[in-house]
Design a protein around this ligand. Structure first.
Ligand SMILES: Cc1ncc(COP(=O)(O)O)c(C=O)c1O
Length: 472
């Protein structure tokens, strides 16, 4: 094991560029401006100027990159006629953009019951709730819908308080659970938390299980470190004694963080031992993304509350859900969600059609098989490219971590290069996400053609080579 005090002695205080270490790519950067100067025509520039004039500016959003006019299958199109394979899609497009089954279900539903006022229920909402209670593992059976993952996280925190009579939580540094005050309190990204004022109290944070940079084991094998990261959670559960819930993404989507096999089982046991609930936020990784219908299936662990979102709306409607275990149906006298669109029939028809499509087309199995194929290709490609330090993936979720050596020969994050690779790839017709500044996150639709996977890997390889030549 390396003695980390050596690093501490020589470390200079520094502040990280927060946008550089967060969720998405930076919207004010030199590389973006250069790309826009070259690509964007006058008509698009005019719309972008209007967008900037009428929207509140915020990081990771406005000012925007480009103006879209279409989204179909695996592709997005801009108003200049350019098209891009979309390996980003905000993780909503498991069934592809404008999936015909989903579109048809939405159109039919709009023509009959387009909204459901409170006090009433409707068949699409009931059917979707029934479907979720059937396909989620264990006795996860009780459903509440919400208009987005953030709201579903809020409902889960309220249910955990109601069920345990406690209010404290344990969550992960570096995590994202949405941008509202309660969600950023349990979230762990500085970009969202810094300067936001007093956050919720009682939100303890721990480092996530990180088998790629595990500091506990000199062999780099996390399982052999005796799962110290899980034991750390157990230690807090024991010390505090009154933690309501541990909340985490079972597989962190943006950084494709795959905890070692025994990790969640150990955390599950610890939660049971100390009377705390386990909440899995699968907003971004549910519905086949990881080669299983739900990411927790990869660990054979059933949480007490499962949060679903993004693709649940079929890539068209904002829709999320909290699915709780049967015994948590204890808050009949409380309002956990109370959202205007709680049982929106059109959103639920979209969700039901999306899940039916996933089942009919065997997209979960496809995600696993095609994912294995793509991961192999990516690993081969990485061998030939010195900027790629690490490739990881599960199902159709992949991450490439870019690192380089500084003048002292020390490995550092290749953030500038990651951005350049993005814009070089856009030039070749590929869009993806950058996370944590140096991480290329790839989330294609589960309907993606094998040939489009191959094309994508070639584009990334060419773009990386182009950047390396520039820097040599
Ligand atoms: C894990 C996770 N939780 C919650 C959210 C918030 O979801 P929404 O934007 O639908 O509110 C996101 C969004 O990216 C997410 O990735």
């Amino acid at each position: 094991m390396q003695d980390c005090t050596d690093d501490l002695k020589t470390a200079k205080p520094h502040s990280l560029d927060r946008a550089d270490t967060s969720e998405g790519d930076i919207n004010l950067s030199q590389h973006r401006s250069l790309w826009q100067n070259r690509y964007i025509d006058e008509q698009t520039r005019n719309w972008l100027d209007k967008d900037e004039r009428y929207f509140l500016h915020q990081s990771l959003s406005t000012p925007c990159l480009n103006i879209l006019s279409g989204a179909l299958g695996s592709e997005i199109k801009d108003i200049q006629g350019g098209s891009f394979l979309d390996f980003h899609g905000n993780s909503v497009h498991q069934v592809g953009f404008a999936n015909p089954d989903v579109v048809e279900a939405i159109k039919k539903q709009i023509d009959t019951l387009s909204f459901c006022p409170r006090r009433y229920s409707n068949i699409p909402a009931i059917e979707l709730a029934e479907k979720l209670s059937q396909i989620t593992p264990g006795d996860l059976r009780r459903v509440l819908f919400a208009p987005g993952g953030t709201s579903a996280v809020g409902m889960a925190l309220k249910l955990a308080r109601a069920a345990t009579g406690r209010f404290k939580t344990i969550s992960m540094w570096g995590s994202f659970h949405g941008a509202s005050i309660d969600a950023i309190s349990v979230g762990g990204e500085s970009l969202f938390r810094k300067g936001a004022g007093p956050l919720l109290t009682g939100t303890e944070h721990v480092p996530p299980a990180d088998p790629y940079h595990c500091i506990f084991d000199s062999n780099g094998n996390c399982d052999s470190c005796d799962l110290k990261c899980a034991k750390y959670i157990e230690y807090i559960l024991e010390q505090e004694g009154d933690i309501a819930a541990v909340i985490a993404e079972p597989i962190r989507c943006t950084s494709v963080n795959l905890p070692p096999k025994g990790y969640w089982r150990a955390v599950r046991k610890a939660c049971d031992r100390y009377g705390s609930l386990l909440i899995f936020d699968e907003t971004a990784v549910c519905l086949g993304r990881t080669g299983r219908m739900f990411a927790c299936n990869n660990y054979d662990v059933v949480p007490d509350i499962l949060i679903l979102g993004k693709g649940l709306g079929g890539g068209i409607f904002p829709l999320a859900a909290m699915v709780a275990r049967e015994h948590l149906n204890i808050a009949g006298d409380k309002a956990l969600g109370h959202y205007t669109h709680e049982k929106n029939p059109v959103a639920c028809a979209a969700g039901f059609a999306a899940i039916r499509f996933i089942e009919k087309e065997g997209l979960v199995e496809r995600s696993e098989e095609l994912g294995d194929y793509a991961l192999n290709l990516l690993k081969k490609m990485a061998l030939a490219n010195s900027l790629i330090d690490n490739v990881r993936g599960v199902g159709l979720l992949f991450g490439l971590e870019l690192m380089k050596k500084n003048a002292d020969g020390k490995k550092i994050r290749a953030t500038d290069e990651a951005e350049q690779v993005l814009y070089a790839s856009l030039n070749r017709g590929l869009s993806f996400k950058i996370s944590q500044g140096n991480f290329l996150t790839l989330t294609p639709p589960l309907t993606i053609l094998q040939s489009d996977i191959e094309k994508t890997i070639n584009i990334i390889s060419e773009s990386l080579s182009e950047i390396l030549v520039k820097h040599s």
